[in-house]
Design a binder for this molecule. Sequence first.
Ligand code: NAG
Ligand code: NAG
Ligand code: NAG
Ligand code: NAG
Ligand code: NAG
Ligand code: NAG
Ligand code: NAG
Length: 512
Amino acid sequence: MKSLTPVFLSILCVLSSVTAIPDHDVLEPMSDDDWPGLEHRKQKRDVHQAVTLQQSEHFVWGSQNNTGTYANMTLNTKDEELVISMERFASELRSVTCGDNLVMTFVSNETYTHVINEWEWVNFHESRTFILIENYAGCGAQSSRQPWVVSNAQYDNTHQTVHLNATKKTWQEVAHTYSMDFGKYTAAASASNETKRGLLGIPDVSASGTKTFSIPLANTLPSTLFKSTIHESLTFGVDCNTCGTKGTLEVTGHVESSIKNGLTTFSVSAVPKSVSVDLALKMSAKGSLGKTWTQQATFLTVPIAGFSIPQVLTVGPNLRFDGGMTVSKITGSAEISSGVKATVPDSSIASVDFVSKAVDVKGWVPTFSIQPVTFGAQVDAEVSLYLQVAVALSLNCLGTGYSVDLDLKVPEIDIKGEAKYDSKKAVCPNTTKNGGLSINTSAGAAMTFEAYSMIASKKSVLVNKPVFNSPKAFTAPSVCLPFDGPGAGAAPAKGGKAKRYQGASAPGRRQY
Ligand SMILES: *[C@@H]1O[C@H](CO)[C@@H](O)[C@H](O)[C@H]1NC(C)=O
Ligand SMILES: *[C@@H]1O[C@H](CO)[C@@H](O)[C@H](O)[C@H]1NC(C)=O
Ligand SMILES: *[C@@H]1O[C@H](CO)[C@@H](O)[C@H](O)[C@H]1NC(C)=O
Ligand SMILES: *[C@@H]1O[C@H](CO)[C@@H](O)[C@H](O)[C@H]1NC(C)=O
Ligand SMILES: *[C@@H]1O[C@H](CO)[C@@H](O)[C@H](O)[C@H]1NC(C)=O
Ligand SMILES: *[C@@H]1O[C@H](CO)[C@@H](O)[C@H](O)[C@H]1NC(C)=O
Ligand SMILES: *[C@@H]1O[C@H](CO)[C@@H](O)[C@H](O)[C@H]1NC(C)=O
C-alpha cells in the first residue's frame, strides 16, 4: 500500500478520537472486453492479433468488493517503442519464468510462430523496445500488472520458448504518455449482470449500473457537542439528540500526461447525492456572560477507505465534522432548542483541475427547513453556532500528488432572544402585556474549496476559493412572546406566525 500523503496524516494527528483507518480497497486487474465503449474488442481476437505489439494499450482495474470503484488507463508509446499486455495472449502461454529476464513458453506452434514474426521488430535496432505488462501467477504479487521493458528477443524453436532481455520497471517509469479515468462511468451497457471469467480468470467488468467511487457521509454525531464552564459564573452546553449527516459524495477523476507536454490534466470532481444535515439542538446556559465567547471543536473524524492500484493510483478520503459556537450574550438561565435540516441539491458540482487551476463549483447552497424554536425562560441570549462537514481527498497518480478540501459549513444557526419590559406599553404587538421575549432565528451556509499540492510535506495552495457565504439564507419570522412583568413567566404564545411555526407550548416552554 502506498503511503498516504502527509496532509492526510497531519489532519489525523491533530484529532483526539480517531478510529483505525479502514484498509484501502486494492483494485484488481479486470478484462476490458466488456468495458463500455470498447465493445468492438469483444470480437474474438485471433492468436495473431493477440500477440501483435501495440501503439497503445487499455487497462481496467476494478473493486472486488462490489463497490463499483474502477480505474481505466490508456497507455501510449513513443517513437521506437511499442506495448503489449500479457493478458491478451495469456491463454496461449504454457509457462512464464520471471527472473532477471522473462522466458515464455507457448502452447501452440502457431502462436509461437506469430510471436517470432511480431516481436522480431525489437531486434532490428538497438533503440527499439517494447513494454510488456506482465500478469502471471507466481511472477509478482497476486494478480498485479508488472511492467517490463524488453530490448531483445531470442527464440528456442524446439521448446516454443521466447527468451526476452527485459528489465522490470515501475509504472511511473514506463508511463510517460497516458490518460486515466477513475471513479465513475455512466454508460449502462446492455451486458449481462453475471460476472464472466475472462482471460486469466479475471472477471470481466459487468457493465450494468454506474461505477462510482462514493464517499459515504452518513454519520451520527455524538449527543453532547459542547459541555463547558466558561468561567465561574456561566456554564454552557449543547446537546444534539438526532444529529447527523446523510448521503454520499460521488467522486471521479481524470489524468492526462504526455511525453511532449508533461502532465496536462489532473482533475477531480465531486457531486453530492442526497446529502443532508440534520441538527436537533438543545442549548442550556446558566449564569451571565460579560464578553463574547467563542469555541471551535472537532466532534468526529471519520476515516474512510480509499482505494489504490499499487504503484499507479492512490485515493484517500477523510471526513471531519467540526463545529463552532459564539455566545455574545447570555443573562439568566435558559434552555433553547432548535432543529434544522439542510439539504444540498444533487445538481451541485465541485471540480478542479490541479494543473490549470481551473475550478468549477456550482450549487451547494442548501435548502432549509427549521423546526420550532423553544425558549425555556425569559432570557437575553445571542447564540450562533455552526456545523462544518469537511471532506479531504488526497490523490496520487504515478508519483504526482494533490489534495482537495471541501468545507461545507451547514448550517450556521443564529438565535437571538431578548427579554424586554416596558411599564408604560405592551412590548409585543397586539397584546396588552408589558413584558415580551423577542426571538429571531436564521440559518445559513457557507462553503470553501481548497486545492493544494504537498511536496516534501510542504503545503502549496493552488486554489483557495470561498464558494459562497450566505449566513442568513433562511430567516425565520421574528416572534414575540408576551409576559406579565419582571419575574413572571411568559404567557403561552398563541397562533403560528408562519406555516412551520406552531404556537403550541408546554408550561414554562415557549414554542414557535
Ligand atoms: C473488501 O472486502 C473484504 C472482504 O469482504 C474486506 O475484508 C475488506 O475490508 C473490504 N475492503 C473495503 C475497502 O471495503
Ligand atoms: C514450429 O515453428 C517453427 C518456427 O516457425 C518451425 O521451424 C517448426 O518446424 C515448427 N514446429 C512444428 C512442430 O510445427
Ligand atoms: C540477452 O540476454 C542473453 C542472456 O542473458 C545474453 O546472452 C545476451 O547478450 C543479451 N542480449 C542483449 C542484446 O542484451
Ligand atoms: C475509460 O473508459 C471509458 C468508457 O469506455 C472511456 O470513455 C474512457 O475514454 C476510458 N478512459 C481511458 C483513460 O482510457
Ligand atoms: C440484472 O439484475 C437485475 C436484478 O438482479 C435483474 O432484474 C435484471 O434483469 C438483470 N439484467 C440482466 C441484463 O441480466
Ligand atoms: C428581531 O427582529 C425584529 C425585526 O427585525 C427586531 O425588531 C427585534 O429587535 C429583533 N429581536 C432580537 C432579539 O434581535
Ligand atoms: C396585529 O393585528 C393586526 C390586526 O389583526 C394584524 O393585521 C397584524 O398583522 C398583527 N400584527 C402582528 C405583528 O401580529
